[in-house]
Design a protein around this ligand. Structure first.
Ligand code: NCD
Length: 357
């Protein structure tokens, strides 16, 4: 099986991230210098969940590099609707494409796909778990717009529970010195425990607060997020959470002149349209950097074998189900379960949920 995948940025040494960030910035300076580099190559985008930016920025990236694209954006139009397994879809796509970008509602799905793939697989979002290519885009944006990835006081606001972009971004920024986090959410949407374990292990300062107004003046970066309606158990729970955080010009007047506002987009109502004209609002530029970032990622994964990382490190536990109902192993039961052991806990290597042994 192929090893050059991007499932979780933490699988890679930091020098790999830096190579992608540097190349993305080089591409931004002169994209035309890279046209044609992927001629004859095909990208498959397998999107089991809706997407505008991620899927189209992947396609745009591959097309700008001279390659071509195929795939689906609605699994109802593919054999998935006939009950085809993820493993079989990947085996088939291996004959049709040179690289695969997959988005799936189940956590750990990209890793499961990679374990059956002979070509590189990129995680374009797996449920509420991770979104590493958005994080690479965020790192490129921060480098370009603030000049650094360290010594940042980063406020992250909104849906910290289900927002996969948030989880990936925090995991990445803990790897750079002296970053501090202010986690702004309601008590219902606080950051998952496993992310706090990562923050503590990295020795990062962080605090959890409910008010955006009270902290906005301290921040170098404000990362706004959408409340993830599709991941709530009930409509009522979602209705109670929407409209809580709205960034408007009044709040922006309390922020530092150098603060940057990022958002992975799409936005619903959490940033008012008036804020768009503020030069500190960089979310539309961020979406543009996403194309250069994905061009850099495709080039590295297809041209350099050293991006490999092993997918599993723990011991296979035959039959032991993962306790997370949203884990891919609970809907694709043929998958080989795998857990790492820490103390009296087992951690699922697909979705990172922990359970007592
Ligand atoms: C994000 C996602 O899909 O997780 N969007 C994106 O990829 N740019 C954020 C979101 O949907 O809220």
């Amino acid at each position: 099986m192929h090893q050059n995948h991007l499932i979780d940025l933490s699988d890679w040494p930091r020098q790999n991230w830096e190579r992608i960030i540097d190349l993305a910035l080089e591409i931004e300076r002169d994209p035309s210098a890279f046209y044609g580099r992927m001629e004859g190559k095909i990208l498959a985008t397998l999107f089991y969940e809706p997407s505008t930016r991620t899927q189209n920025s992947f396609k745009s990236a591959m097309m700008r590099l001279g390659g071509q694209c195929l795939g689906f954006s609605n699994p109802q139009n593919s054999s998935v609707s006939k009950g085809e397994t993820l493993a079989d879809t990947i085996r088939i796509m291996n004959g049709y494409a040179d690289i695969i970008a997959i988005r799936h509602p189940k956590e750990g799905a990209a890793k499961a796909a990679a374990s059956y793939s002979r070509c590189p697989v990129i995680n374009a979002g797996d449920g509420g778990h991770l979104h590493p290519t958005q994080t690479l885009t965020d790192l490129v944006t921060l480098t370009r717009e603030t000049g650094r990835l360290d010594n940042l006081k980063v406020g992250i606001c909104g849906d910290l529970k289900y927002g996969r972009t948030v989880h990936s971004l925090i995991k990445a920024l803990t790897q750079f010195p002296n970053n501090e986090f202010i986690l702004i959410s309601t008590k219902e949407l606080v950051i998952p425990a496993y992310i706090k374990v990562i923050l503590n292990a990295a020795g990062c300062k962080y605090r959890e607060v409910a008010s955006l107004t009270e902290v906005i003046g301290e921040l170098d970066v404000l990362y706004m997020t959408r409340i993830q309606q599709e991941r709530f158990a009930s409509e009522q729970e979602y209705l109670e959470q929407k409209h809580v955080y709205i960034l408007d010009t009044e709040k922006m007047s309390l922020a530092r002149p150098t603060m940057k506002v990022l958002h992975p987009l799409p936005r619903v109502d959490e940033i008012t349209p008036e804020v768009d004209a503020d030069p500190r609002a960089v979310y539309f530029k961020q979406a543009q950097y996403g194309v250069y970032t994905r061009m850099a990622l495709i080039l590295n994964l297809l041209e350099d074998d050293s991006f490999g990382a092993s997918l599993f490190h723990g011991t296979p536990h035959s039959g032991e189900p993962c306790s997370n109902p949203n884990c891919i192993t609970n809907v694709e039961p043929y998958l080989k379960k795998s857990y790492t052991e820490t103390g009296d806990m087992l951690m699922c290597e697909y979705c990172e949920h922990k359970k007592l042994i």
